[in-house]
Design a protein around this ligand. Structure first.
Ligand code: FVH
Length: 289
């Protein structure tokens, strides 16, 4: 099915993200049908030209391409199971955050019902949708991706990872893990800085510059890990253990909880105890995978 601007797109779920996506689709001039479990969330979209559907069945009937943006895997089944027959022959693009195995399960469920299924992981917050910097990662049906590429790119840069429906989610969650690690590290540092009377805003300014500089090392981490050679002349794990032990002592002295930094110390300690003290910090990857 080649993309047809007259062909309505249906958006199921009008939380913050669903509303942003539907608004982006509307801006392309595409006929957009919207539905939300709790009524009333479609008011702005309907005022902007969307068609509000009273039921999932009505919403699904109206569109050939169904974009699903619900809370989680369970809510996707709660919404789609009752209309599985109606979805047969249609294209479903599920942008709800699901674990990779959940995405694969939805892919199998879709196949059983004759539905062409594309899964997606959104790398953006709602205000970024339709703006440069937003991206959405896709995997599953290549046909659904190709047929709807223009529509998808109206919301965010669109990257396709492969036929395995769980791939987009794996990349999504891997990137989110990096993000949460960074923010949690910042929170620990902020607590330490505050214990010395610093304002967190002042700390944030320095932390931004520091983390930005350190992020430049990430590609080299990738090369070393892919190469599997962890020998190093500088900053081996024994060095990091000494640094981390000192950070832990400083945190304890300042009354800062070790919930964030403690697991990193444990990881380094185990590497050293296992005889890898002379190797690079990147060696901890082998412990994690
Ligand atoms: N918002 C964000 O920053 C992130 C960015 C990265 C990707 N996520 C994921 O996108 C999914 C939707 O997120 P959201 O921001 O729109 O979330 P909410 O505003 O909380 O809206 C949730 C919608 O889900 C509906 N819903 C929940 N349970 C059910 C159910 N059992 N049956 C049908 N619909 C359900 C809910 O409806 P209602 O509570 O208004 O009736 C909202 O429409 C999500 O996976 C993020 O992880 C967003």
């Amino acid at each position: 099915m080649a993309e047809n601007k007259q062909n309505p797109v249906t958006v199921l779920g009008l939380g913050a993200m669903g509303q942003a996506l539907a608004a982006a689709f509307l801006k392309t001039g595409r006929s957009t049908v919207v539905w939300n479990r709790t009524p009333g969330k479609d008011a702005d979209l309907v005022a902007a030209g969307a068609v509000g559907a009273a039921t999932v069945d009505e919403a699904v009937h109206a569109g050939e391409v169904i974009v699903v943006v619900l809370l989680d895997h369970a809510s996707v089944h709660a919404a789609l199971d009752p209309v599985a027959e109606r979805l047969s022959g249609k294209q479903v693009i599920n942008l709800t955050s699901t674990a990779p195995e959940e995405a694969r399960e939805l892919g199998r469920w879709a196949e059983q019902h004759g539905i062409d299924y594309l899964d997606g992981g959104i790398m953006a917050v709602p205000p970024m949708i339709g703006q440069p910097g937003a991206s959405i990662l896709y995997s599953g049906s290549r046909k659904v991706f190709d047929d709807n590429r223009e529509l998808l790119e109206s919301a965010a840069a669109a990257d396709y990872f492969g036929e395995d429906a769980g791939l987009a989610s794996t990349w999504d969650f891997a990137l989110l893990s990096s993000m949460y690690g960074m923010f949690a590290g910042f929170l620990h540092g902020a607590a330490l800085a505050r214990s010395a009377g610093a304002s967190v805003s002042a700390f944030a300014e320095r932390a931004t510059a520091w983390v930005t500089a350190m992020a430049q090392l990430i590609p080299e981490y990738g090369r070393i890990i892919d190469g599997g050679d962890y020998t190093t002349d500088v900053q081996h794990l024994n060095f990091h253990k000494a640094a981390m032990d000192a950070i832990v002592r400083a945190s304890r002295d300042a009354g800062v909880a070790l919930d964030v930094i403690g697991p990193i110390k444990n990881l380094i300690d185990r590497q050293v105890a296992d005889g890898h003290g002379a190797l690079a910090f990147e060696r901890t990857f082998e412990e994690l995978r």
